[in-house]
Design a protein around this ligand. Structure first.
Ligand code: FES
Length: 129
């Protein structure tokens, strides 16, 4: 399948096309995804990637990115561990609308494509529905 350039980049992030000047691949962020079956997937991400991009790059099962981060597919929904909820950026209204529209949503659910990773999120733990 050939993805449009914008979708390709938004789905896979800087790791797919190389890092621009000033963005180093040297700093790595550990993210832990817990699948619906309880399986744990430890992923090494880079600053600037979204949570969805990091998961797709690492082949984490149970998360998608069909719309490339345009907040229309909700295949990237994650539930941050309770102690991480307040450390994430607040969801914008469009994200809240999409999440609230899901059949079995939880108030803490987030779109992984809207969580941009940086050093402050090292150790982030999320579960997948
Ligand atoms: S990738 Fe489609 S809503 Fe996040």
């Amino acid at each position: 399948m050939i993805l449009p350039r914008r979708t390709f980049f938004r789905t896979l992030g800087w790791a797919a096309v190389g890092y621009p000047d000033g963005m180093s691949a040297g700093l790595h962020i550990q993210v832990i995804f817990i699948g619906s079956d309880g399986a744990t997937h430890r992923v090494t991400a880079v600053p600037g990637q979204t949570l969805m991009q990091a998961a797709l790059s690492a082949g984490v099962p149970g998360i998608g990115g069909i719309c490339g981060g345009d907040m229309c597919c909700a295949t990237c929904v994650v539930r941050p561990a309770q102690d991480w909820v307040s450390r994430l950026s607040h969801p914008v209204e469009d994200e809240q609308i999409v999440v609230r529209g899901l059949p079995a949503h939880h108030p803490d659910d987030r779109l992984g494509c809207q969580i941009r990773l940086d050093g402050k999120l090292d150790g982030l733990v999320v579960t997948l529905p």
